[in-house]
Design a binder for this molecule. Structure first.
Ligand code: COA
Length: 218
């Protein structure tokens, strides 16, 4: 696997210092080296950072991974140029236009991306509601990594983005994603029949939601 060479000593020292300072300030740090105020989030094992067009090769590979395509019912980009355009739309523009925030997931000490998660359809003008999406490299499944990432993201959504309700739409066959979202306290609202058209046929989505007061009461 490409990721996880040992971080250099200087990387480790710099990031330990940054972590310590920002952990004291509420676990939200500004993005390193960027002028945009992208909210970097830290969890026990992860750093959730901004994704830029430089990450297009990762985007191409990740969203063409068989397990990710199956989970999302959505094929990946056909080439690097499409990957760059999609990445710009779903990561860069979503944040720039304040329609959501999508984080890239990395394991502490290594900047390579292992997945992504975040909000989109951050509804205007009230902005009390957003939809959440996520995807993780299969090599990291089964370790509670997405549970950890989404806990931080949900917390950020309710505390910093002013959300009252978070929605997730999951393909009816994606049991792994449904288990994850239930573990986080989301409630199943129902089935959106023939909601999605994929590979020449309609498919049902299951809709889940989480309200701020439910999250706070956990
Ligand atoms: C959906 C997806 C992110 C779930 O990944 P995941 O690894 O199952 O989720 P988590 O990271 O929360 O891990 C849960 C697993 O870790 C285990 N685990 C270990 N430590 C844990 C901890 N501290 N907390 C929670 N779970 C933990 C759980 O027992 C569970 O294991 P199991 O799968 O053997 O039952 C992943 O399957 C994926 O990316 N799928 C493709 C894309 C997709 O479907 N996206 C969602 C579209 S709606």
């Amino acid at each position: 696997m490409r990721c996880f060479p040992s971080p250099t000593a200087s990387d480790t020292i710099i990031w330990r210092t940054v972590n310590r300072v920002w952990n004291m300030a509420g676990k939200v740090a500004p993005n390193r080296g960027s002028t945009a105020r992208f909210p970097v989030l830290k969890t026990r094992r992860l750093v959730l950072r901004q994704v830029t067009v430089k990450d297009a090769p990762w985007y191409f590979e990740h969203f063409n991974t068989k397990e990710i395509v199956e989970g999302q019912d959505h094929g990946g980009p056909r080439n690097l140029s499409d990957a760059r355009a999609e990445l710009k739309l779903y990561f860069v523009d979503v944040f720039r236009l304040k329609r959501g925030i999508r984080w890239g997931m990395t394991v502490k000490g290594c900047d390579d991306l292992i997945g992504s998660a975040g909000f989109y359809k951050w509804i205007q003008p009230e902005r009390y509601q957003a939809e959440m999406g996520y995807d993780l490299n299969p090599a990291f499944w089964g370790k509670g990594i997405m549970t950890e990432a989404l806990s931080a993201i949900i917390q950020y959504g309710f505390d910093q983005m002013g959300l009252h309700r978070i929605e997730v739409l999951i393909s009816h066959h994606n049991k792994r994603s449904q288990t994850l979202i239930r573990r986080l306290g989301f409630k199943r609202e129902g089935v959106l029949r023939d909601h999605y058209f994929v590979e020449g046929r309609f498919s049902d989505d299951v809709i889940f939601s989480l309200l701020k007061e439910e999250w706070k009461a956990r």
